[in-house]
Design a protein around this ligand. Structure first.
Ligand SMILES: Nc1ncnc2c1ncn2[C@@H]1O[C@H](COP(=O)(O)OP(=O)(O)OP(=O)(O)O)[C@@H](O)[C@H]1O
Length: 217
């Protein structure tokens, strides 16, 4: 993968145009923040990217997280790597996880401050803890490209930065919908601003200040 391109894409809901037409090219090794007011079309655009780029190993971290509440934190993170193993291995892991997978997943949980929840059902976690599980699962998936929808919306302070750093290390190429513009500028290389489903701004992060993004809101 060198560059990924969307050309003349549109998305409609019930006949209403929500996205586009727009063109967007993502370069390998580039982290892009998608910013814009609520309802601008960020989630829809991430969905369009996932559809177009699914054969390029795109990992999605959706806004609703998509975790299985009845399963443990370990098993939810393990699910990120399901496709790497044969079915029998995944079945055995459900009842009796292999040590090498525990050893792979535990450091991630430690980094995110949820190691003590490893065997707790996700349904018993707080919103911020669940979001960290979803981030760990995306990292464990080891795709080529991360598409993350508000990956730190339930986290604040150092924890938000810790999760963004870990996602960035695991995925040099990423598109992150973010509402915290200060963090977006600090943790990404490029900002794409969406207004009513179209690109209203596309600029290198180091050339922007938070004030420059006010026009999007
Ligand atoms: N399933 C759906 N059916 C109909 N309309 C939808 C659906 N999902 C989103 N929309 C509409 O599409 C537009 C863009 O929504 P989208 O969720 O992509 O925005 P967003 O920028 O991600 O918002 P937020 O920051 O609140 O998550 C909105 O007007 C929304 O009402």
């Amino acid at each position: 993968m060198t560059a990924l391109a969307l050309t003349d894409v549109v998305a409609d809901y019930g006949g209403a145009r929500v996205i586009g037409p727009l063109d967007l090219t993502l370069v390998r090794g580039e982290r892009v923040a998608l910013v814009g007011r609520s309802g601008a079309g960020k989630s829809t655009l991430l969905g369009v990217m996932q559809q177009h780029w699914r054969h390029h190993g795109a990992a999605l971290m959706p806004q609703q997280l998509g975790l299985v509440p009845s399963l443990s934190v370990f098993h939810n993170v393990y699910m990120g790597g399901l496709a790497r193993h044969p079915s029998w291995y995944n079945l055995v892991s459900l009842a009796r996880p292999f040590r090498r997978d525990i050893e792979a997943i535990m450091p991630l949980l430690e980094r995110f401050g949820i190691a003590d929840k490893c065997w707790t059902a996700v349904g018993e976690l707080s919103g911020g803890q669940s979001q960290r599980v979803a981030a760990a699962r995306a990292i464990h998936q080891r795709g080529d490209l991360l598409l993350a929808d508000e990956p730190i919306s339930a986290l604040d302070g150092p924890l938000a930065e810790r999760v963004l750093s870990a996602l960035g290390e695991a995925y040099p190429t990423a598109v992150l919908a973010m509402h915290d513009v200060e963090l977006a500028l600090r943790f990404t290389d490029r900002v794409v601003g969406i207004v009513e489903g179209r690109i209203a701004l596309d600029e290198a992060s180091h050339r922007l200040s938070a004030r420059d993004l006010l026009v999007l809101y």
